[in-house]
Design a protein around this ligand. Sequence first.
Ligand code: NAD
Length: 369
Amino acid sequence: MTTPSLLILPGDGIGPEVMAEVRKVIAWFGDHRGLSFDVSEDLVGGAAYDAHGTPLTDETMAKAQDADAVLLGAVGGPKYDDLDFSLKPERGLLRLRKEMDLYANLRPAQCFDALADFSSLKRDVVAGLDIVIVRELTSGIYFGEPRGIITEGNERVGINTQRYTESEIDRVARSAFELARRRGNKVCSMEKANVMESGVLWREVVQKVHDEDYADVELSHMYADAGAMQLCRWPKQFDVIVTDNLFGDMLSDAAAMLTGSLGMLPSASLGAPMSNGRPKALYEPVHGSAPDIAGQGKANPIACILSFAMALRYSFDQGDEATRVETAVETVLANGLRTGDLMGPDGGTPVNTDQMGDAVIEALTASTA
Ligand code: NAD
């Protein structure tokens, strides 16, 4: 079997700092689990602009298209605020998502027991929570035509169009069902079929994909507004939620806050399967480049480490090893180690980025003893 390839794009601000810790984890798997990756590294965002005058070169784009998975740190920073829109660091990330056609955005909301008191909800509501929201990422109201602000009579009108084709719904539904099969085998689809025709079609297509190819997965449907309520009331009733671009944007941000700090949240964006059967995939922490703490060793590397764990599970079929990483993170947190963003009600032992990464490595090693 050929060694799977992994393209690393550390980016800007704290991106390179948190990625250095992921590199330790990758090296650990090579040394201790016989799990090696053909790792290459390149520039994206402001770092690419500084070197090449563009936030993503064509060469890097081509490498991303060829890689079995791409792992990105973060892009952006105040230094680039005055650049033309087309040259801004974020354009590099948007180009990656667009040209790789990453239509399924996976946002897990996982609450580690040691951090349950960080949530704004009660401990028993969130402790042990482990759900994933699959948000359709490349269509819907953010892209539909017509759009714009027009003048009608003597007033202006803002227009956006919610538009979904059957094939767009079909493919994201498949991503959700495939994901559910690797987890709790349960999908809840959310739309507003009561008031939107696109929601009626969404519900029909999801049901059809289920009945034809995924009848073994438990499927339910919920109106997205009721879904938002249920996410706050009892989020543990869900396993995988699949929803459109707009509702997914809001529901995934709300779900993220169930779990505490931004420094803990990984994500994945998946596209169509490649010739080797693996989906095109980009893994990245939800947080940005955090210019306020960059270069100070204060960044929490866990979101980026958990993004690599997602790559292990969803790109490399190493679900057990992904769980090993997640358990190591759980152990480190249970031992009270805390980067600045995690210093909260329970105090804890302050550590820097490097020490947090080392502690995860120690816990990984202990897990094999
Ligand atoms: P941010 O996520 O960078 O930071 C928000 C706050 O959270 C800051 O106080 C920061 O210090 C803290 N924080 C974030 N990640 C942390 C971590 N791992 N450990 C500890 N603390 C952490 O969001 P922002 O300040 O709105 O944006 C900063 C820059 O990042 C902007 O240029 C923005 O465009 C960019 N950005 C990039 C991405 C991305 O690369 N995907 C996402 C969001 C923002």
